[in-house]
Design a protein around this ligand. Structure first.
Ligand SMILES: NC(=O)C1=CN([C@@H]2O[C@H](COP(=O)(O)OP(=O)(O)OC[C@H]3O[C@@H](n4cnc5c(N)ncnc54)[C@H](OP(=O)(O)O)[C@@H]3O)[C@@H](O)[C@H]2O)C=CC1
Ligand SMILES: O=C1O[C@H](COP(=O)(O)O)[C@@H](O)[C@H](O)[C@H]1O
Length: 485
């Protein structure tokens, strides 16, 4: 019997901030996809909550419009007609105790004891939402109660600890699901499958064979209307503290004994604890400048025209443990770069002895794990060129998800919402994990914010500032250039 049939994941799914961008672009389309493939229990109710004075019908109209706009290929009238009556709306403030009494009555009337709350609201509301839910007696029920907390989780180590303390006053750790949607990308999940379901890779996955590892998350977009938010946050808080550090941890972790929430997260925490804190000597913080055609960061709406905020960062990280001692991990991310590309590159050492007479040193073998686009894996190695004698050329073995599998890759939010309804927290972050991640980046953030240095400027459409190339050149390495279409 599937969990849908046995009803374990039937629930009332409450979206705080249901009028917002994330709900429209990600949450409602993900729930609709789950409904289309029968993974949303037929009695699950979707409850929107926000300050808008909306009726149930207004929420339904907005949700329908959001699906038509953001999931046009999946939108289906018959499926929508089934789902629409299960949507309802409660209007109220996120810090308003009376509104939570109204919500409580609404959920009682729906007759759903299992409840999943989602904070799709600005970060300043996460703590008040948890507190008001707790005070209204909604952190417990006759069924299960879970709380999904969006990112960013805190602004630094101190605020992340305070947020954890507040949440844990009202909810038990097992009830709290902290989001990092990168963990649910198929290729991020495939790192564990590649390493731990094959005998081929793991024996060389260590400092004896690996020269260094690169993690890149490049985006061509600028601020897209989020300038005000971004200017408070910057690239380190926005993606490095969470997405990139998680990718490093998945690449570096020891094999867990079992693939479950406790074992996987225990191992990731050990990686973060072994990570040396980042520092300005081993980091470059950059900012994109305009080219007359495309606005520079300082010209973006909502951004301080003298802002020093980083829209790009490159860091060298170290993991001081037996497996990774001496292997640098270079991570970088930026806005307004040449193309969208998220990838992890494992660069191998050269063989200890080359028996051929060659004109140039052999190149390093590489495993490229592509998260997006062209999800898949490439193994780049040296091969003999046809003809007399040995001369080498680069060759590649490529695996592409879309060519190998017929099924579509679910969106990360779809996977995460389904997992949360099933009570599987493996792809969500634990309290100690988030704090351990903040420990790594906070010293760099503090040093940068206390300094008066200008960021390293880079051109729109480039791969980042020259200083980021120097960071690797100092270590005798170069960045892998992502393949772009
Ligand atoms: N959008 C995205 O792609 C992503 C978003 N996130 C995170 O998800 C959360 C929601 O994001 P998003 O939907 O973009 O946010 P929005 O700015 O769209 O806010 C969501 C809703 O919260 C309410 N709201 C807005 N500002 C305030 C405020 N100052 N005080 C109280 N309520 C407010 C509004 O609802 P109303 O006025 O009706 O009450 C709004 O519709 C954020 O924490 C964000 O960091 C994470 C990753 C990606
Ligand atoms: O969390 C975030 O991620 C997006 C990028 O996500 P992706 O799945 O499209 O790679 C990023 O644009 C945004 O700034 C950040 O908040």
């Amino acid at each position: 019997m599937t969990p849908t049939q046995n009803g374990e994941h039937r629930c009332a799914f409450v979206i705080f901030g249901a009028s917002g961008d994330l709900a429209a672009r990600k949450l409602l389309p993900a729930l609709f996809e789950l409904h289309l493939r029968g993974a949303l229990h037929p009695e699950t109710a979707l409850v929107g909550f926000s300050r808008r004075d909306w009726s149930d019908d207004t929420f339904r109209e907005r949700a329908r419009a959001a699906l038509q706009e953001h999931a046009p290929k999946s939108f289906d009238e018959a499926a929508w007609a089934e789902l629409a009556p299960r949507l309802s709306f409660v209007s109220g403030g996120y810090d308003d105790a009376e509104a939570y009494q109204k919500l409580k009555e609404h959920l009682q009337n729906l007759g759903q004891d299992n409840r999943l709350f989602y904070t799709s609201t600005p970060p300043s509301t996460y703590a008040p939402i948890a507190e008001r839910l707790g005070e209204a007696g909604m952190a417990r029920s006759a069924g299960w109660v879970r709380l999904i907390v969006e990112k960013p989780f805190g602004h630094d180590l101190r605020s992340a600890r305070m947020l954890n303390e507040t949440l844990l006053k009202h909810f038990r750790e097992e009830q709290i699901y902290r989001m990092d949607h990168y963990l649910a990308k198929e290729t991020a999940q495939n790192i564990a499958a590649l390493r731990f379901a094959n005998a081929l890779f793991e024996p060389t996955w260590n400092s004896q064979y690996v020269d260094h590892i690169q993690v890149t998350m490049a985006e061509p977009m600028g601020m897209e209307g989020r300038g005000g938010f971004y200017d408070e946050v910057g690239v380190i808080r926005d993606v490095i503290q969470n997405h990139l550090l998680q990718l490093v941890a998945l690449t570096a972790t020891e094999p867990p004994a079992r693939y479950d929430a406790k074992s996987v997260r225990d191992e990731k925490v050990k990686v973060f604890q072994a990570m040396a804190c980042s520092n300005p000597q081993h980091a470059v913080i950059g900012q994109y400048r305009g080219d007359g055609r495309v606005k520079g960061y300082r010209e973006e709406e909502g951004v301080d025209p003298r802002s020093r905020q980083g829209t790009y960062a490159a860091l060298e990280l170290r993991i001081d443990n037996w497996r990774w001692a001496g292997v640098p991990f270079f991570v970088r991310s930026g806005k307004r770069l040449r193309a969208k590309s998220s990838e992890i590159v494992i660069v191998y050492k050269r063989p200890p002895h080359i028996p051929f007479e060659l004109r140039a040193p052999v190149q390093h073998d590489r495993i490229v794990l592509r998260l997006q686009p062209n999800e898949g894996i490439s193994l780049r190695f040296n091969a003999k060129k046809p003809g007399q004698g040995i001369s080498l050329s680069r060759a590649s073995m490529d695996f592409y998800y879309d060519k190998e599998f017929r099924s579509r890759n679910p969106d990360a939010y779809e996977t995460l919402l389904e997992d949360a309804m099933m009570g599987d927290a493996t792809l969500f972050m634990r309290a100690d994990e988030v704090e351990a991640q903040w420990r790594v980046v906070t010293p760099l953030l503090e040093a940068w914010e206390a300094s008066y240095d200008e960021p390293a400027f880079y051109d729109v459409g480039s791969w980042g500032p020259d200083e980021a190339n120097d960071l690797l050149a100092k270590r005798g390495r170069t960045w892998h250039t992502p393949a772009v279409e």
